[in-house]
Design a protein around this ligand. Sequence first.
Ligand code: 4NP
Length: 154
Amino acid sequence: MQKILFVCLGNICRSPSAEAVFAAKAATAGKSVMVDSAGTGDWHVGEPPYPPMQDAARARGYDMSDLRARQIKVDDFKGFDLIVAMDGNNLRDVERLRPKAGKPGSDTPVTMMMQYAPQTGEKSVPDPYYTRDFDETLDLIEAASDGLLAALDA
Ligand code: 4NP
């Protein structure tokens, strides 16, 4: 079973959405995966996803109300097969935690979410905490989740 960790800055908008959307799509596809999400920052640890993000997700059938924010930790490199970052800053911050060569988890791949949806022309998932465009976030995450599911089967 593949274990996938989605990472953004606050873990209250993009990465919990990616966790919920990808989990739903994997379940529909009959694919057994373990998913989680985390933030590179610690400001929102313990909080549920941002209410406007939850509302937009719920309108599409994704319930995120049980999720709680946490911060990524070095051991996540050991515990997951793949870490997926929402933007370039997230990727850089995650890479700073990578265990040294030879340590457990040192080879865990870290990828960018939007590389799984090249048809969108987007490199990153823009942060809706600032853009306020929660539907754009979900559009991009749904497209990338389809691509990631296909990539796991390839
Ligand atoms: P996220 O959005 O990284 O998609 O969860 C953010 C939410 C909150 C903050 C930054 C990004 N913040 O600085 O409080």
